[in-house]
Design a protein around this ligand. Structure first.
Ligand code: ADP
Ligand code: MG
Length: 446
């Protein structure tokens, strides 16, 4: 009874693991394990090598303990015997390859579901690369091969790579797509080397229709892996299979063999740049919409203006803003943005400068009263600082001159221009005035 139970528990455990693992990983690591014996003491499992046993125990210790409760000393009722099995592996490989083709799950491909062409906002900095990516996705292997996308961090390389994967998958479920980071490829290789199943891996990669490789820069300085990658690369390209590669640098700047560099330049090398302000505004709006956040245009503009190095930061800013507003139940206003994103804004937002704040600052600098500055007094002690205030208003406030002038007790715009010209000229020779104005400005901007 108990022994039967253990066997069925093992198959339940495998069913469970299948739902959590990629089919490739499952095939490589779990499928080769066989039940050799089931007794009251536990299950005796046959593994092809120690790595499989270690993999199982390291990666599934918690789950195993749930399925097979440990004894009082914490030992699982599982025992391992390393079997020398060469032949069955072949069968496993054949079996394994079928389901990969037939599996109709995008998640098997490990694509981020948000990274689609529809969600990739276009602008002058990425139009070219996006259309190249769409071209490749529409006719894999038939346009640019390989497509090499390079650009700085957080600019959408991975997003485009996954978009290609989604698009191809949606249009042709039969095509075998593998989307992998370079680190993932290296890890895969290490694992297959350990388990002496490198041929299996080679066969798998060489049977692909589309290989999407992210962050090839991680292949630099890893010659053994580079060699293996080059071979896979050539095998696929020679069969007309599509390859797309992303990198933080163009091929010529990568420390890779000349041969691989030249291969990577065979197709199309496309750069993805930092999006301009308008594109950033569109990205902010798009990301906010997707999150159900309402961001007024002026605020989207403010965020895009102050977070400009890359899109990932921009997205981080929106996420943060969204979380804050939801938590505090507040609307998104300029004040909320400045408060929530203060460390993210790429230059400290200047205090809003108004005529009122200029008058205050000038009044204290020249030791007069604000009301005097606003009055019609023409005495020199008042008129001069008033002219300085007008000069500063024109310099620092982006508003119509008529409106600015009227804030100085109903002056005309020609008075404002006259004052500005006079002060500007005087500053050329008046060191003291220059200092006073610089200090007034500093006080205003703190
Ligand atoms: P990279 O791989 O170049 O470092 P990612 O592709 O990971 O950058 O992009 C970072 C984030 O910015 C992702 O969440 C991505 O969706 C987003 N992103 C980048 N560019 C765009 C764009 N043009 N439109 C919409 N989102 C973008
Ligand atoms: Mg990336």
């Amino acid at each position: 009874m108990l022994t039967l139970n253990l066997e069925s528990l093992w198959s339940e455990f495998l069913d469970f693991v299948k739902t959590k693992q990629s089919i490739v990983e499952y095939t490589n690591w779990l499928a080769p394990i066989r039940i050799l014996k089931s007794s009251e003491k536990g299950l005796v499992l046959g593994v092809p090598n120690i790595f499989v046993q270690e993999y199982l125990l390291e990666n599934y210790s918690k789950e195993l303990a749930n399925f097979f409760p440990p004894d009082n000393s914490g030992n699982l009722p599982l025992f391992f015997i390393i079997e020398e099995v060469e032949e069955p592996k072949q069968e496993i490989v054949e079996e394994a390859q079928q389901p990969v083709i037939e599996r109709d799950s995008v998640f098997e491909l490990r694509l981020n579901r948000n990274y689609t062409f529809e969600d990739f906002i276009e602008g002058p900095s990425n139009q070219f690369v996006k259309s190249a990516a769409i071209g490749v996705a529409m006719r894999p292997g038939k346009t640019y091969n390989p497509l090499f996308i390079h650009g700085g961090v957080g600019l959408g390389k991975t997003h485009l790579l996954h978009s290609i994967g989604h698009f191809i998958h949606q249009n042709n479920k039969k095509l075998k797509i593998q989307c992998i980071t370079t680190e993932g490829f290296i890890n895969d290789l290490v694992e297959h080397l350990k388990s002496k199943s490198i041929d299996q891996m080679k066969r798998f990669y060489r049977s692909l229709d589309v290989l999407l490789v992210d962050d090839i820069q991680f292949l630099q300085g890893r010659q053994n892996f580079e060699e293996e990658f080059s071979q896979t690369f050539e095998a696929l390209i020679n069969q007309g299979k599509q390859i797309v590669i992303t990198s933080d640098k163009p091929p010529s700047q990568l420390r890779l063999s000349e041969r691989l560099t030249a291969r990577m330049e065979w197709g199309l090398v496309a750069n993805i740049g930092v999006p301009d302000l308008e594109t950033r505004v569109a990205i902010v709006q798009h990301k906010a919409d997707k999150k159900g956040l309402k961001i007024p245009n002026s605020i989207a503009f403010f965020i895009a203006e102050h977070v400009f190095s890359n899109v990932r930061q921009l997205e981080g800013a929106i996420n943060r803003l969204g979380a804050y507003c939801r938590m505090c139940g507040m609307d998104i206003t300029q004040e909320v943005v400045e408060k929530t994103l203060s460390e993210m804004l790429q230059f400290v937002p200047k205090k809003r400068i108004t005529v009122e704040s200029i008058l205050k600052s000038v009044a204290s600098m020249f030791n007069v009263r604000v009301n005097d500055l606003k009055s019609t007094s023409r005495t020199k002690e008042i008129a001069f600082p008033r002219q300085v205030a007008m000069y500063l208003a024109k310099e620092l406030i982006n508003d119509s001159l008529v409106k600015l002038a009227s804030s100085f007790g109903g002056k005309t715009h020609s008075t404002l221009i006259h004052s500005w010209t006079k002060i500007k000229k005087q500053m050329e020779n008046d060191e003291k005035l220059r200092r006073q104005i610089t200090m007034t400005k500093q006080n205003l901007e703190i």
